[in-house]
Design a protein around this ligand. Sequence first.
Ligand code: SAM
Length: 286
Amino acid sequence: MTKAETLNKIGTLYIVATPIGNLEDISERALKTLAEVDLIAAEDTRHTGKLLSHFNIKAKTFALHDHNEKQKAQQILDWLNEGKDIALVSDAGTPLISDPGYAVVNLCRELGAQVTPVPGACAAIAAVSCSGLPTDKFQFLGFTPAKSQARQQFFTSAHESGITSIIYESTHRIMASLNDLSDALGAQQQVVFAKELTKTYETFFSGPVSELITFLTDEPERQRGELVLMLPGKGKETAAITPEAQKLISLLETEMPLKKACGVAAEYFGLKKNALYKAIIAQREE
Ligand code: SAM
């Protein structure tokens, strides 16, 4: 590079996704980027330090978290203008997705700096891709509100949207949230719960919220860890119906009430009785 080119070079801000549990999920490009940039902005430098040392990467890190990112944004822009390349990482998954970085990226875009993604793991996408819920349209709603009444409204409007909702929840609030969901939408409301994705105790549960509450209460250990909650949109509970179950229900319905037909079909195909019944009702109401 000539001296003039060096002077004109503007740096790039790389938004680098890191694993949400399984370290093998880091991409080759993420490793290369982290090894080559001049600086790494990390949500928690100690946490990222462990990741870097696992991959034998020596790099300069500095802290960028919710409390300092507005002040740091201008400093980062100055470094980019000096020609430094910078990577931005969070503790896990894709930065800015319920994680810091918005103020920095927003300022960089506003002032024309180069921002480019190095994509990878994201708990929301990992969860919904395995949920069995419709994925043609979905919404990511981040964390639930802190207060019970606001949470009930949150679940009601998520459901009313008619599309799949993906919600992050913390261990200490999951039971309160599920009780609010049940109060707002009924104990038979179908939900999908995904826990500890890509880790040893990865768990998926799908069924009525009342059964999820029982599942988590029976062994409180199950409430611990990192959690994603998913809710089908109103009228989209049809995910629980398989074509075979639908056919059997139609045959049985000529001889018995719909609810009983759903019960028999659910038992025969190993499906959740209430979810199947609710899904059939929702399908017919559409
Ligand atoms: N930026 C991250 C991403 O791309 O998914 C999300 C960070 S947010 C602060 C942390 C929340 O993400 C957790 O409370 C949980 O809801 C979800 N999460 C992160 N890792 C997860 C995992 N391995 N399994 C399930 N949920 C996870």
